[in-house]
Design a protein around this ligand. Structure first.
Ligand code: SF4
Length: 303
């Protein structure tokens, strides 16, 4: 069988090992060298152009249904649990907590939950909105497992590495949010991000109120393609007396976008995290669709 393998950045180091394994089973194997951000970003076009019959996508669970033969290979990582004892000190004031993690540690969620329960906590594991598939799992764009239970808990706990995944959950919840990092063996309340991002959001909106020309970013990645929303935003922008154009790319290069000097502001309809995490990479404001609607309502007829 002709197979294309696709690895996220953190697993690209495994490409040769897996391709040799599948070749030994009689397959013709190719490896996608493109950047890969999630299962929203399946290399189906590359697979089709190679005439491959299957895409093997490593490291992420299914994001949405696609009309192609895709095999998802999880990459579970066993994290040490000794940091949990220290986290109890941080969680002392809170009786009921929510617990979330990433797909890499989802198999450890039950053990972490039991640990906290034995320590006297009531632990609630919420359900995602739909892009993430497992209870307690969060993605950068699906923080339902935290947000849905925000009103039921005294605090939130994220078990796992990095801030990319918990940041979205922090920004969409209101209770104290503790990140418990098993590899660096650190714990940290992330609540200060809420105020910093609120200020940044207000700054972007203020800087866009008089924007006359708006560039609307549309991704061609299968799980990030939102042309319907882009068309609607374009129509609303033009109805408000401004000019708009839809800018299409598979992988946005911020240097290239920055070269589009006619635009006064950009709106992101691709991975929602772009408008949260990448605003500093452009000289002009980079808004989310909701932020654009706020701009249009603050100044409905720019002149
Ligand atoms: S956060 Fe962005 S990159 Fe990650 S799964 Fe969601 S859309 Fe894809």
């Amino acid at each position: 069988m002709k197979i294309l393998l696709q690895f996220p950045e953190g697993l690209k180091q495994k490409a040769l090992e897996y391709s040799k394994k599948l070749e030994a089973e009689g397959n013709e194997v190719f490896v996608s060298a493109s950047p890969t951000y999630g299962a929203c970003d399946l290399a189906i076009d590359e697979a089709k152009s190679l005439g491959a019959e299957k895409l093997v996508h490593f490291g992420h669970a299914e994001f949405h249904h696609v009309d192609f033969n895709v095999e998802y290979v999880f990459y579970s990582v066993d994290a040490p649990l000794d940091i949990l004892a220290r986290s109890l000190e941080d969680l002392k004031p809170y009786k009921t907590i929510s617990l979330v993690t990433t797909i890499q540690h989802i198999h450890q969620l039950e053990a972490v939950k039991e640990y906290y329960e034995k320590a006297g906590k009531k632990v609630i594991v919420g359900k995602p909105f739909g892009f993430a598939k497992k209870a307690g799992q969060i993605l950068g764009c699906d923080i339902g497992s935290s947000a849905r239970v925000d009103s039921l808990v005294d605090a939130h706990v994220y078990f796992g590495g990095g801030i990319f995944h918990p940041l979205g959950a922090v920004l969409h919840t209101t209770k104290p949010f503790l990140a418990v990092e098993p590899f660096t063996k650190t714990t940290r309340f992330m609540d200060d991000y809420r105020e910093a991002y609120r200020k940044r959001r207000m700054g972007k909106i203020a800087a866009s109120v008089n924007a006359k020309n708006i560039g609307i970013l549309v991704s061609t990645k299968n799980g990030q393609h939102n042309m319907g929303i882009a068309r609607l935003l374009k129509e609303k922008t033009e109805r408000a007396g401004r000019k708009a154009a839809i800018l299409v790319s598979n992988n946005f290069d911020f240097g290239s976008i920055d070269n589009m000097l006619e635009f006064d502001a950009f709106v992101n309809t691709a991975c929602p995290r772009i408008a949260t995490d990448d605003t500093e990479r452009l000289r002009k404001p980079l808004l989310s669709p909701n932020e654009l609607m706020e701009v249009l309502s603050l100044n409905p007829t720019v002149s």
